[in-house]
Design a protein around this ligand. Structure first.
Ligand SMILES: [Zn+2]
Length: 236
């Protein structure tokens, strides 16, 4: 048996397409959001020239979803703090970072009427001090961008590695390894990494379908696992 978790960062327009796929296969997911970066309405999604200033992924610019649609698009899924403005631990003073992590959590809890104890480290950056402080502040787990063969063997619930990124070439192998291992499989990514490539979107849909059709698999939310205990039990 395997408990399967997934999470997606940054709240871009591609998430709207993904949530339709997830609903089709009854899959659970957590979306890590930066509340201050969402405008009132949806941003733009288009290919930009290489000389055009501003952010893009390989030339594909995926704007943020609008505040006016967040509840509808993410309804029924978990949302979690990714800081208000994607602040990176160690790059801003610790008190500023921790306030931003908590402000995002409280904003999302108010907007969605759900408890949001999850966290994903912007840029994958963390420090021991900020990890300890966020645990102290009541967060249940914090996801890095590193991989672990057995995620239950992480040292600290706020320094939780995932099994793999969703584009990992060994995705299915790592899934089978998790089934044979500690029974926890966790993948993550950004939907903008699929750009508007039908091939990449189909590959992702096949992964979701494969897991949903596996009788040995159960989709769970990250925050359904008691990470402190899950980690401690592997050290007993
Ligand atoms: Zn991010």
């Amino acid at each position: 048996m395997v408990k399967v978790m997934q999470c997606w960062d940054d709240g871009t327009i591609g998430d709207a397409r993904l949530t339709e796929i997830l609903r089709k296969y009854n899959a659970k997911a957590t979306f890590n959001l930066n509340p201050d970066y969402h405008g009132e309405t949806r941003g733009e999604q288009r290919w930009v020239g290489i000389n055009e200033p501003g952010w893009s992924f390989k030339g594909f610019r995926d704007g943020k979803l609008g505040k006016n649609e967040l509840r509808e698009i993410y309804g029924g899924f978990q949302v979690a703090s990714h800081c208000m403005k994607h602040e990176c631990a160690g790059a801003v003073p610790d008190d500023v970072f921790i306030k931003s992590a908590l402000d995002a959590r409280h904003y999302l809890e108010d907007l969605f009427g759900q408890s949001c104890p999850g966290f994903a480290w912007p840029c994958g950056r963390y420090t021991q001090e900020t990890a300890d402080a966020l645990l102290e502040a009541g967060f249940a787990y914090g996801r890095t961008t590193q991989n672990a063969e057995r995620i239950s063997e992480c040292e600290h619930p706020m320094i939780l590695h995932s099994s793999c990124h969703f584009h990992d070439g060994q995705f299915y192998q790592k899934y089978e390894n998790a089934k044979a291992g500690d029974g926890l499989f966790y993948f993550w990514g950004h939907t903008f990494e699929n750009m508007d490539s039908e091939g990449l979107w189909n590959q992702l849909e096949m992964k979701i379908k494969y897991i949903s059709e596996d009788p040995d698999a159960t989709w769970v939310n990250l925050c359904d696992i008691d990470w402190k205990n899950a980690i401690a039990s592997t050290k007993a």
